[in-house]
Design a protein around this ligand. Structure first.
Ligand code: MRU
Length: 359
């Protein structure tokens, strides 16, 4: 059913991890061996692996590889700092690093490599199970939308960026309810925002939906509002890189504009994420660090021609560009969250209840 057989896997002889190189998709399906922590850090930085849950899982493997090579406190701290520095917005990165560091630091040095390896195995497996549960909880929204449609009319879902299998180990977050609905025989059609500047929608989401046989249409990022005005979107379903304690959502740049259009047109706007994406140390979204990416990504477009990656200029020589990678959608524009623990409103009390503990 799912697009790629795997996005990340460890090698049994512990010589490294293999990843699907997402910078080459959809034109080439290439795997890359990351033999050590610094290669893992580079893979995260260059976005060979990307998507909030997957960079967390990958970072856990990075710590495991670092401890395989040197289980000392100094090596642990150095690897954690290196990996954490690669991308600032997705809290899952720090969440996974902290989880492994906290588990192994109290251990004798000779126990650390095995413990970190086993925990990386567990974190990888948990991601798949978590997303499967997000699918189970979220599919009801698509079922309800289908019940309101004339017979045979698909439910039209708009998504932004790639919150799919490729952003995780399995199922995806925003795509998990879609895959589940499709498997249950519900007719779905996905509007795929291209997601400039790196085109994760056009390149990655369209590829994985195509692999899964799910009808979809790629649109330019500015088309969503128009489609919503015309009644051509039944619901928006996006992922998240960090959710503040009050329900404000950081996700790929452009998400906020989709949420505004959805609010204006009365289209439900749902955010699917594992609870590890919730950062209750932040009172609201204003404190979420926003990744500033290379302006060249705006001034140029990359693609494939004659089996080779090419880059073309789209702006005049010397033009200035700004490239914020993420934006923050205020909680008031979010209809609800879909997590592995169930669905809830985008409010602080609802998130606190969902998490079942006081911060
Ligand atoms: O810059 P990226 O490609 O890592 O951004 C990914 C997104 O914004 C996703 O929507 C988000 O990480 C959720 S992935 C389940």
């Amino acid at each position: 059913m799912l697009a790629a057989p795997w996005t990340i896997r460890s090698l049994p002889d512990r010589s490294g991890i293999e990843i699907l190189d997402q910078t080459r998709l959809p034109h080439e399906v290439v795997t890359v061996l990351l033999p050590n922590a610094s290669a893992v850090a580079a893979g995260i930085r260059t976005m060979q692996v990307r998507g909030a849950p997957l960079i967390g899982v990958t970072a856990a493997w990075g710590i495991a590889l670092a401890l395989r090579d040197d289980p000392s406190d100094a090596a642990l701290d150095q690897a954690a700092a290196l990996l954490r520095a690669q991308r600032p917005t997705a809290v899952n990165l720090g969440w996974a690093i902290d989880r492994v560091v906290t588990a192994v630091r109290p251990l004798d040095v000779e126990q650390r490599a095995d413990a970190a390896w086993n925990l990386a195995v567990a974190i990888t497996a948990e991601d798949g199970a978590t997303n499967e549960a997000i699918g189970r909880h979220g599919v009801a929204l698509i079922e309800a939308a289908a019940a309101r449609k004339p017979d045979g009319e698909p439910v039209h879902i708009l998504t932004h960026c790639n919150a799919g299998v490729l952003a995780c180990t399995a199922w995806g977050t925003a795509t998990a309810p879609i895959y589940r609905a499709h498997a249950a025989g519900i007719a779905v059609h996905v509007w795929v925002d291209e997601t400039r500047p790196r085109n994760q929608g056009a390149a990655l989401t369209a590829w994985e939906l195509g692999q899964a046989g799910i009808p979809h249409t790629v649109i330019v990022d500015n088309a969503g509002g128009h489609l919503m005005q015309r009644g051509l979107v039944d619901l928006c379903l996006v992922g998240a890189d960090r959710v503040a304690g009050n329900g404000d959502v950081a996700n790929k740049i452009g998400t906020y504009l989709k949420a505004l259009a959805a609010h204006d047109t009365g289209v439900p706007f749902h955010v699917a994420m594992p609870t590890s994406t919730i950062d209750r140390t932040l009172a609201d979204g204003t404190a979420i660090p926003i990744e500033a990416r290379d302006p060249a990504e705006v001034l140029q477009v990359f693609g494939w021609h004659d089996h080779a990656r090419i880059v073309v200029d789209v702006a005049p020589p010397g033009a200035r560009a700004a490239n914020p990678g993420f934006d923050v959608t205020p909680a008031r524009l979010v209809t609800g969250f879909i997590t592995e623990r169930g669905r809830c409103a985008a409010t602080r009390p609802a998130l606190d209840t969902l998490l079942g503990e006081t911060p």
